[in-house]
Ligand binder design. Structure first.
Ligand code: IPM
Ligand code: MN
Length: 358
């Protein structure tokens, strides 16, 4: 029988990106071997080095090739010698927009054995998912500057919220909450008391769509309050849905309460197209090439990718391996303090994923 084959684009990127992607790939291969499918990889050298050498960020030919893959696994984008914004906007955001990955899915889950900065909170208390709108809002790039560099300078940056964009995100969130089937609670995170145009649209659509989901408890919290509740009562949350900017901010807080950037992963999802998975921490250039960076976030991103591709058992095996590694084998999630090197953590996770005795 011919094994099912998935075409995966790997974009290792900058800094420690290539090191963590190498470890993510080990876990993927272990899962593929055990569960009987194949992964066919193509590497793309997008990132700071290519930009510095050729001036290219995301050539249109590369974008077209990426569209012909089943999924993308991204390491990190960001280079110390490149002005901030060029690579982030030119590669990461451009991919999200051009591939219309309108959902940014960010699980916030505290694994056993992982140090949590919140006193008295454990794995039972921290297990929710943030669904961040990923194609509009303040990220859409609407606005401009007038009289730049003069005392009369004006800078305008507008938040774009379309009925279609808001609605597709909310529908995804309701469906996701139903499928997740845990507390069946969906919290809209907004700022209806001040941003009375944007979040009026969000709230109305949230309530209207909610009538089709009587099994889901629809809840609301202002964004400032939610930063408080994530710290004080994270156990209240099941699924949180929000706009692009608020989602960016609250998921960094989410990453911290689940143990830090060493473990936080996310998916940029186009349910009808090509999706891209990534560890959400940056390129950490100061740790580059030292075998000290934690690869678990990239490994978790690889697991999310398999789940998205429909290889649920393989995804579960990767998650179970990560839980075993965090619970029993590594000392800390922090770079340089794991008690093991990057590649050793990757080897161990892959070995457990493969089902072999360790
Ligand atoms: C993230 C990052 C990006 C964002 C940056 C690097 C453009 O912070 O994925 O959360 O703001 O979305
Ligand atoms: Mn961010």
């Amino acid at each position: 029988m011919k094994l099912k084959t998935y075409k995966i684009a790997l974009i290792p990127g900058d800094g420690t990106g290539p090191e963590v992607i190498a470890e993510g790939k080990k876990a993927l291969d272990a899962a593929a071997g055990r569960f009987g499918f194949k992964l066919d990889y193509t590497h793309y050298d997008l990132g700071g080095e290519r930009y510095l050498k050729t001036g290219e960020v995301l050539p249109s030919g590369v974008l077209e090739e990426l569209k012909r893959h089943d999924a993308i696994l991204l390491g990190a984008i960001g280079h110390p010698d490149v002005k901030p914004g060029i690579l982030e906007k030119g590669i990461l955001l451009e991919l999200r927009f051009k591939l219309d990955q309108y959902i940014n899915l960010r699980p916030v889950k505290l694994y056993p054995g992982v140090d949590c900065p919140l006193k008295g909170k454990g794995p039972d208390d921290i297990d929710f998912v943030v669904i961040r709108e990923n194609s509009e809002g303040l990220y859409a790039g609407a606005g401009g500057t007038l009289k730049k560099g003069t005392p009369d300078e004006v800078a305008i940056q507008e938040s774009i919220n379309t009925r279609k964009g808001v609605e597709r995100c909310l529908r995804y969130a309701y469906e996701f909450t139903r499928k997740r089937n845990r507390r069946k609670k969906l919290t809209l995170c907004g700022k209806t008391n001040v941003l009375t145009f944007a979040f009026d649209l969000w709230e109305r659509a949230f309530r209207e769509i909610g009538t089709g989901y009587p099994d889901i408890k629809a809840d609301y919290a202002h964004v400032d309050a939610i930063t408080m509740w994530f710290v004080k009562n994270p156990e209240w949350f099941d699924v949180v849905v929000t706009d692009n900017m608020f989602g960016d901010i609250i998921t960094d807080l989410g990453a911290m309460i689940q143990g830090g950037m060493g473990i936080a992963a996310g998916g940029n999802i186009n349910p009808e197209g090509v999706s891209m998975f990534e560890p959400i921490g940056g390129s950490a250039p100061k740790y580059k090439g030292q075998n000290v960076i934690n690869p678990l976030a990239a490994i978790c991103a690889a697991g999310m990718m398999l789940e998205h591709l429909g290889e649920e058992k393989a995804a579960q095996a990767i998650e179970a391996a990560v839980i075993e590694v965090t619970g029993k084998h590594i000392k800390s999630l922090a770079a340089g303090r794991m008690g093991m090197g990057t590649s050793e953590v990757g080897d161990l996770t892959a070995r457990i994923t493969s089902g072999a005795a360790i």
